[in-house]
Design a protein. Structure first.
Length: 378
């Protein structure tokens, strides 16, 4: 009998303490105890998910396990407990029924299942308790985090904004935040240049590209969204706020060639009245200059291309380049000829690397368009 084993832990703390290895060791020992019955465990059929929540089914190890079961590669799946498989009872039933249809049996070490109705009732009860426990833990963590934020002992972010450095000994303590002189000078220059009349975000990006300043992620090309994120961050005034944004699941495609959804959702800005002041850090710009930049950003936002209603484009925000995967912008000539132009044909600062298969040839120089596809007329 071909056996597969699956283990999962939710937090990085559990990953560091190797609790998932303990699960796998129990499962391997259980397979060895039934070796006389013909149980065999292939190393390729050891599936694990380190640091993945049991509330969702999108997990790399679980996806590979489901593919193996669908491909009739295993006859039995071993898991230590039902909550390691999923924290939601509905998800548990989906997986168990899917594997049963494929002719694969499922066994939990803590409570072996059978066709007895009492076993199925117990599984339902344990699934409901696991889901309740997860909700209770999440609520306690939320309240504890909120209490630390109000006390000023916890930073709302784990990665320091561009221009700042965290203390290696106290990475979440606001008192340990310091400035990086070189990056802080770049931030101050961006605020000063953008306050000048006629200066745009694209011009700031071109300016940094010309000087060879690397981006916050170490890349050679800056983009307008990166510049905008720096100019809108109130941390540079010396005050750290929490609850500035609220998480929202993705609701639309970033590109017509990509599926709906992203690894993370969208951060929706919240009213300033709801912000929570956490602590003080070294300031890079004054509050007056920051407010002046915010006013200019708000004014320029009203002239954004997405707010252009002069023409009715049939495929607005629905066309993407089939060559590089970037979105295509709608254009009009003389109010009659409508077409869609790939953003990759513009300057290097307005485009990003492709999300499709990697290219075998090096990227072109910044003076030439990245994408060589022609325009699409509508």
């Amino acid at each position: 009998m071909r056996v597969a084993i699956y283990g999962r832990v939710s937090t990085s703390h559990q990953v560091e303490h190797q609790t998932i290895d303990q699960q796998l060791a129990r499962l391997v020992a259980h397979v060895g105890a039934h070796a006389a019955e013909g149980w065999a465990l292939d190393p390729a059929h050891v599936f694990r998910d380190d640091g993945y929540s049991g509330a969702v089914l999108v997990r790399p190890g679980l996806d590979r396990l489901r593919d193996a079961v669908k491909g009739r590669e295993v006859d039995r799946v071993l898991v230590t407990a039902p909550d390691r498989l999923a924290r939601n009872y509905v998800h548990q039933m989906v997986l168990l029924e899917e594997w049963a249809r494929a002719g694969c049996a499922t066994e939990f070490l803590d409570r072996p299942m059978s066709d007895d109705p009492h076993d199925h009732l117990l599984l339902q009860i344990r699934g409901a308790v696991a889901e309740y426990e997860r909700t209770l833990i999440a609520e306690r963590m939320r309240r504890g985090r909120l209490a630390k934020l109000r006390a000023g002992t916890l930073l709302p972010w784990t990665y320091a904004p561009y221009g700042y450095r965290l203390s290696p000994d106290r990475p979440r303590d606001p008192a340990g935040v310091t400035t990086d002189p070189a990056e802080a000078a770049v931030v101050a220059e961006l605020f000063a240049m953008y306050r000048e009349p006629g200066t745009s975000l694209m011009q700031l990006a071109l300016h940094l590209d010309t000087r060879g300043v690397p981006t916050p992620r170490g890349r050679p090309r800056w983009s307008s969204p990166t510049i905008r994120g720096i100019l809108r961050n109130p941390t540079y005034t010396g005050e750290v706020y929490a609850q500035c944004t609220q998480y929202r699941a993705p609701m639309h495609r970033r590109s017509a060639t990509h599926p709906i959804g992203r690894p993370h959702g969208t951060a929706v800005p919240q009213p300033v009245s709801g912000w929570l002041l956490v602590g003080q850090v070294p300031a890079v710009v004054s509050r007056a200059h920051f407010d002046e930049v915010q006013a200019k950003l708000a004014t320029n936002r009203s002239f954004a291309r997405r707010n252009n209603t002069a023409h009715q484009y049939l495929l607005r925000a629905l066309v993407s380049c089939g060559h590089c995967g970037l979105a295509c912008t709608a254009r009009a000539t003389n109010g009659r000829n409508f077409y869609y132009l790939c953003n990759g044909k513009g300057h290097s600062t307005s485009r990003t690397a492709p999300r499709a298969a990697p290219r075998a040839t090096p990227l072109p120089a910044s003076s030439t368009p990245w994408c060589g596809m022609t325009c699409v007329r509508s």
